[in-house]
Write a protein that binds this ligand. Sequence first.
Ligand code: PFF
Length: 454
Amino acid sequence: MSEFDFSKRDSFGSKFGAIAAAAGSAIGLGNIWRFPYLMGENGGAAFLFIYLGFIFAIGIPVMLSEFVIGRSTQRNPYGAFKILAPKKHWYLVGLMGVVAAFMILAFYTVVSGWTLEYIYQSIINGFSGKQTTELGQMFDSFKASTFRPILWFVIFMAMTTYIVISGVKNGIEKYTKILMPLLAAILIVLCIRTITLPGASEGLKFIFKPDFSKVTTYTFLQALGQVFFSLSIGMGTLITYGSYMNKKDNLANTAVSVSLADTFVAVLAAIAIFPAVFAFGIEPSEGPGLVFKTLPNIFQQMPGGYFFAILFFVLLSVAALTSTISVLEVIVAYFSEELKMTRKRATIIASASVSILGLATVMSWGSLANVKIFNKNIFDILDFTSANVLLPVGGLLIVGFIGWFHGYKMTKDELSNNSELKARYIPLYMFIIKFIAPIAIALVFLNGIGLLKF
Ligand code: PFF
């Protein structure tokens, strides 16, 4: 094994490429599958408003802090903290990110695999003639089976591996630059279809008119967890992507563009889903089954549904793929730079080891359904621990590091590209990451896991 040659380190080739890649990481199943069902369970617009507040108060500042750490060091998260805080233990934050990457990739790729099954079912017209209960059973029995979910999981993992092996510029950037515009186009077509359905206005009301009676303190934890999950922050994914960004890029612009694009897509996904849910008289609070049980039912009833079903599940899998590559890249950057492996070897070893955990996760409803902690199966444990525990804790440590340890001048130099940019927002940003973001994260988190009761 040879030393990693940092002078030949890969990077993004253009500003658009960097934004497409980071937005690709952020926009994913979190926006199209998770956000709508959380909204459905937590009072629609009420959830949206809390979510928006967290995006601005916490999400964007954390993202920017990750970019600062990554770009100033041009290293993987572990290596970045080693450079910025030698002889201290901050590198553990980087390691925690690698662990979170393993967990997220394992369950995320399982759902990504389901999207491939649903593309296939849409093409062969597999939903046709089935009633609500049959469609529910179809999903439940597919999920609990062994062969097909594993097959789709392996295929999805292989696609992810292929792109990551190809490199940062020739893999990640190249594919996200094609896939993100495709995703936007599909989403817009779907939104036009649903808002022109008769009875769609009820759905729009649900999205934009808040019902605060459904809001509990748990709603706040869910919204915070969703901000972290959706923006891909708190585990070093954006430290890694930041490390591939050009020294001339305006980091604040990039962070705001990516966060707004991500939020916009989540709202558009809700617009593509809820008007149809209401138009066909279905309960919005269906939970994780929303897109796999409810939507096929709706597609069957709507004019042009055959075609729109295929489009929708292609949209989901495209969104998922540009996210799985970013999670895998965290592990690969660590393996290749710190454990001195070639990119190819690092990627194969990372994918193979994630797949072992992933296979156990696939069986969460099948042969391993009885493996439970706190009444959660393997899948739910990975989902809950990563989104609601590891990412917020990681985010807290990241803003804590920049706010209290890294030093104002170093942060300012990085954000202003050594005074080339005015960056007037810096005092506000510093205030947020020193006080607002850490206090908000700590309160919501401790309250959500029950250690602190208001
Ligand atoms: N942001 C992705 C989504 O919303 O689907 C999920 C994700 C990707 C989380 C990358 C964390 C991550 F590092």
